[in-house]
Design a protein around this ligand. Sequence first.
Ligand code: ATP
Ligand code: MG
Length: 573
Amino acid sequence: LEIPDRGVLEGLDPEQRAAAGAADGPLLVVAGPGTGKTRTLTHRVAYLVAERGVPAESCLAITFTRRAAAELAERLAALLPSGRGEPFVATFHALALTICREQYALLGFAGPPSVADDADRAAVLAELDVPMDKPVPDELREGFRKRLRARGLLELDELVPLAVSVLEPGSAASYRDRWPHVLVDEYQDVDADQYALLRALVPTDGNLFAIGDPDQSIYSFRGADVGFFLRFASDYPTATTVTLTRNYRSAPPIVAAAVQIVRPGTLVPGRGLSAERRDLGAARLAVHRVATEAEEAGWVAATIDALVGGSSFHSLDSGRVDGSDEVEVPTGFADIAVLYRTDAQSRTLQSAFTSAGLPFQKRGIDRLADRPGVPAVLRELVHHPGPVVSRLRAAGEALAARVSAPDLFSAEELTLRASDVWSAVELLRPVASASGDDLDGFLAAVATGAEVDALDPRADAVSLLTLHAAKGLEFPVVFLVGCADGVVPLRFPGEDEDERAVREAEERRLFFVGVTRARRRLFLSAARQVTRRGVTSAAALTPFLAPVDEGLLDRTGTAETPRRPAARQMRLI
Ligand code: ATP
Ligand code: MG
């Protein structure tokens, strides 16, 4: 590999530079958490544009979520010379929608199709005389989709397969010319349709820059298949593989523990991960045991209060791996994230935070278009003139007025309250600001938004998010709550042994993703008694901590007691 060491590749280490500055052809970057994968991908684009004279718009960068796409676009804008075109940065859904809209005639549409929202679905279900109960019964599916299509509408999950179907009969060539460089972040999470789309867009010896970490594949329940990552070299026989092994994110004890946690099920045997950031301290991982989940939430709130207040920082930081003094680092609320396995766990946390008066923001991964109030705002907004931001404001005002006046509103508006409307407007505002006068682009961005990004990195608030939503992010201080067997890993009744083994392997990777979000401090906590679906039962500590050296852990809270017999389980409903 040629390794240029100047210009845009400054600030990368030699392995990262080998990847970002590689010659043409397929390239796979296999690398653990915090090794600079995303950073390497953005520098690859900058290198192609600045050093190799590739027009920016010839580069297509693909990710999975809107947040990740927005972050990539932002990082690229900072790296690339202005006024020389822009790379196309998109989620798989947004890319597929672009192709479907451009190729509408081949798909049999009279004009560019849009993505259906709840109101569209309700209208079609009414035609079919089916109540608006989700999901649509299987035997109606085809007829349901046909009717949507007759109205120029598509469901989100058909976008990628349809894009593939129009590329196959021969229109792939024009896209291959348009985007001779295709880059994919988090490649370990592609599913079969996304894989087929990439196969159609990039020839076997083409410039596919795929980057990811098999040990962070956590979406198999949604169809992702890490097998596509693992067989990259045989799918693309001329491919080069680069491995990144230096972690620039986390303090050494966190890196050491993470490696021990993932090793029993690793998909990348023998891989190294060295901790480069010794300056981030050497605090052990706190493992805190309490009696109940309410107590756990209270402990998290009190600990955060003390961390941000600064006064008890030393006493909290009782154990250190190297015995030296902790360097006190000021911590703000925004430096802290609380991660959990299931969204239901956030309720107890939110009430503890509210009672303690701690500011927090919670992020969901719902579809933007399905959030309360959003469909109503979208329908209203098209009736107002001007740039998208002004339309949005006008729509919010019109709806708020209608909702508070007791006449003439749709069934959906009946269930809305003026607060819902304004929070929908707030959710849509960042998308609107980025859309300028492009109403069509705005509607497409909202329709394909796979997650709500209510998380504002500048807000002075603790972030609450699920382990899945935390992928790719980093925080100086992380609390991972609910580290109790049955929650991490989550157990489901009725699974056979094989299913359970496959799912537990993925749960282990999910735990690994959570642990590796922390930069300086990691607090793990577990209650002895957990409630799931109304059933309260005794819970041991997660088995995923078993491989971790005792010397890396600082155990606090109540001492372990023998497991309660099952007969003492309580049923609370
Ligand atoms: P994940 O697997 O969680 O997605 P990643 O491999 O994509 O992680 P990045 O988010 O790109 O990692 O980088 C992790 C952190 O390390 C970031 O704060 C980044 O700025 C920093 N970093 C990456 N490479 C370097 C480097 N060569 N020198 C200094 N800091 C670096
Ligand atoms: Mg990343």
